[in-house]
Ligand binder design. Structure first.
Ligand SMILES: NC(=O)c1ccc[n+]([C@@H]2O[C@H](COP(=O)([O-])OP(=O)(O)OC[C@H]3O[C@@H](n4cnc5c(N)ncnc54)[C@H](OP(=O)(O)O)[C@@H]3O)[C@@H](O)[C@H]2O)c1
Length: 290
């Protein structure tokens, strides 16, 4: 029999869970949120679902409790439910934060619950029945062994692929996701600014840079980032990097430090790839740190 679920925190992720837990046959004991409006709206998506602004009213009979409140409130929400006797003995409590470990809900464990986290690697902008945001994505899972087992089964039921990680690895896992997505976008903004200075309009920027970006992605996918590295740093072309630094200092001084930092890491990659002579490596480092 599927676990009876409660969802505390009816925002983007919580409401998506309400819809899709119901769709794949997990019974809902109820939903709770800070405001009655959010709780009522989420409950209205699955007819007959009780709702409350008091989490304990919906969690006390649940086998599986999701705490989908903002990251900085998860620990206090878990603690308040535990203090009010709102977790059934042996119930599993999961949060969905990517950066925080399950151990922030230690008070729930001390109250007799099992704890874990289940992070969907997805950007949730809203929630609807038509699209399943869990389909085909990775859900990283950590926590007590029984919580991990339950969360892996749930991830699979939702259409996702569960990935077990160590509790202590959560922060680096999340940092990797931030670099792969957010920092990638940041670097593209830098390229967009440079190409603008080169006289290409914003509308044309993608047609100029897009094929290069997509080709680079395809190479990374095939051989990994180090082997995919090309360009002046990998070739040890110190003069080219020097002219870039001079021009960036003149046109976009605010981006000079970032360009230097990125190129310094690129020197390290080129060294691992084995394409730099020791002399070229030393000259590049000297130029990039001066
Ligand atoms: N959004 C994403 O793309 C995404 C992706 C992966 C993981 N996550 C994780 O999922 C979790 C939820 O994120 P979200 O984006 O869904 O947040 P959100 O849209 O801001 O929703 C959070 C909800 O929690 C409710 N809430 C706040 N404080 C509360 C409290 N003390 N007690 C009960 N309910 C409370 C809010 O209630 P009211 O509306 O009632 O005021 C709000 O609806 C976070 O851990 C986040 O890191 C988010």
């Amino acid at each position: 029999m599927k676990a009876r679920c409660a969802v505390v925190g009816c925002g983007r992720v919580g409401t998506s869970l309400v819809i899709h837990l119901d769709r794949v046959g997990y019974p809902l004991c109820g939903v709770a949120s800070r405001s009655a409006e959010s709780a009522e709206k989420a409950a209205g998506l699955v007819s007959g679902t009780p709702y409350s602004t008091d989490p304990v009213a919906v969690t006390r009979d649940a086998d599986l409790v999701f705490i989908t409140t903002p990251d900085d409130t998860i620990a206090e929400v878990a603690e308040a439910i535990a203090a009010a006797g709102g977790f059934k003995q042996g119930a599993t409590v999961l949060h969905c934060s990517g950066s925080l470990p399950s151990t922030i809900m230690e008070k729930a464990r001390l109250a007799g619950a099992r704890i874990g986290s289940m992070h969907p690697l997805q950007s949730f902008a809203g929630a609807d029945r038509e699209t399943n945001p869990f389909e085909g994505i990775i859900m990283s899972v950590e926590g007590d062994a029984p919580s991990v087992e339950l969360a892996l089964g749930l991830a699979s039921d939702l259409g996702a692929r569960g990935l077990t990680i160590e509790t202590r690895a959560k922060t680096m896992y999340h940092a990797a996701a931030v670099v792969a997505s957010n920092c990638f976008v940041t670097v593209q903004d830098m390229a967009w600014q440079f190409i603008g200075d080169a006289g290409v309009s914003e509308e044309d920027a993608w047609s100029v840079l897009g094929p290069l970006i997509e080709g680079t992605m395809a190479n990374i996918r095939k051989v990994g980032p180090v082997a995919a590295l090309t360009g002046p740093v990998a070739r040890g072309d110190v003069d080219t990097i020097g002219t870039h630094l001079d021009k960036i200092a003149e046109m976009k001084p605010g981006l000079a430090a970032l360009y230097k930092a990125l190129c310094l890491h690129t020197v390290d990659m080129a060294s691992r790839k084995g394409t730099l002579t020791p002399e070229a490596e030393e000259a590049l480092v000297r130029r990039l740190t001066s």
